[in-house]
Ligand binder design. Structure first.
Ligand SMILES: *Cc1c(COP(=O)(O)O)cnc(C)c1O
Length: 346
């Protein structure tokens, strides 16, 4: 069977042989009673890597963000978040739907940060007309861009000044750490809580963790149960997650090199435009004229190459994400196919 090259997302990776073996052998117990030794090991490992007191394993990043927001905020509170941030736009409005917590979205800057002056103007005075502003949520990486370390320090100082808690949607925070050449704890120390995803570039089939203080994690664990996220003998999943954290962090650099290689390969094709400076980790966004996008996506699918484009991204843009199951040869095949499309078809 011809290999499908799937670049729609880094969520599409399949567990490696080492993961499948570890999953088959995993020691398990009832995690709702705190008795799954493999989950306990994963939670301790994640907490240690992030430099936090504790961590709680959740089935998805959507849930680890939600239990974080629910743990920080009460009914009638508010969190400030990017207009195109995952925790606002792509999580079904969970905090509002399930927690009566109001989001206050703010336009993101081109680098994925929130302008702290704009945030300051959105913080509500203590007055019963307003929701209580409680929490600032950032995302790192956003569209593959790592937030600068000095920005993190300023955002933290700002949040402390305003009496806000600060949460990081760190679904891809390991990509940011590898890109910046810092331990992930250097990023995490600026936040009260950080969610991480094991099933993105780190290659595990399932799983996410919320890392924070003991007391916040205790509260989040309660919300996890309420949301139906108490998963019993889920050590079979955690076993893959341990391999993801222990063995798949450093190698993210290969995904970043592949993305940069692709951005270079696309940059001299007429009809397609790539902002190479924005290609910092494992994502490449490229734009082209509107009517071409859908045809390009279809042309590549005919070659067994899957990417996201058009309707899914709300514009004449394609998104290509590199990951564990993508080789540099795959990238060259993709770049050649796109070149051929623009030479012949566009
Ligand atoms: C993928 C992702 C999440 C979590 O998504 P799930 O599919 O629920 O695991 C959260 N934030 C960002 C930025 C993401 O890319």
């Amino acid at each position: 069977m011809k290999k499908i090259i799937d670049l729609r997302s880094d969520t599409v990776t399949k567990p490696t042989d080492a993961m499948r073996e570890a999953m088959a052998r995993a020691e398990v117990g009832d995690d709702v009673y705190g008795e799954d030794p493999t989950i306990n090991r994963l939670e301790a490992l994640a907490a240690e890597m992030l430099g936090k007191e504790a961590a709680v394993f959740a089935p998805s990043g959507t849930q680890s963000n939600l239990i974080g927001v629910l743990a920080h905020c009460q009914r009638g509170d508010e969190y400030i978040v990017g207009q195109h941030a995952h925790t606002y736009k792509y999580e079904g409005g969970g905090a509002a739907v399930l927690g009566s917590i109001q989001p206050q979205p703010i336009d993101l800057e081109p680098d994925g940060s929130l302008d702290l002056d704009k945030v300051a103007r959105a913080v509500k005075p203590d007055d019963f007309h307003f929701a209580r502003t409680r929490l600032l949520c950032l995302e790192n990486t956003h569209r593959g861009m790592a937030l600068p370390m000095d920005y993190l320090a300023r955002a933290e100082a700002f949040a402390r000044d305003c009496g806000l808690s600060i949460h990081l949607d760190g679904a891809r925070v390991f990509n940011a750490a590898v890109k910046l050449g810092v331990p992930v704890s250097d990023i995490a120390r600026h936040f009260d809580s950080v969610s991480i995803c094991l099933s993105k570039g780190l290659g595990a089939p399932v799983g996410s963790l919320l890392c924070a203080s003991q007391s916040l994690v205790k509260e989040a664990r309660r919300w996890r149960k309420v949301l139906g996220g108490g998963m019993r003998q889920a050590g079979v999943l955690a076993a893959a997650g341990i391999i993801a954290l222990e063995q798949h962090v450093e190698r993210l650099a290969e995904d970043h090199a592949n993305a940069a290689r692709l951005a270079g390969g696309l940059s001299d094709i007429d009809g397609i435009s790539v902002d190479r400076a924005a290609v910092q980790t494992n994502m490449v966004f490229a734009s082209m004229s509107g009517e071409i996008v859908d045809r390009l996506v279809e042309f590549l699918a005919g070659r067994g190459i899957l990417i996201l484009g058009g309707k899914m991204l709300g514009g004449p843009t394609i998104r290509i994400v590199t990951h564990l199951d993508v080789t540099s040869e795959d990238i060259d095949i993709l770049a050649a196919a796109i070149r051929e499309f623009f030479d012949k078809e566009a």
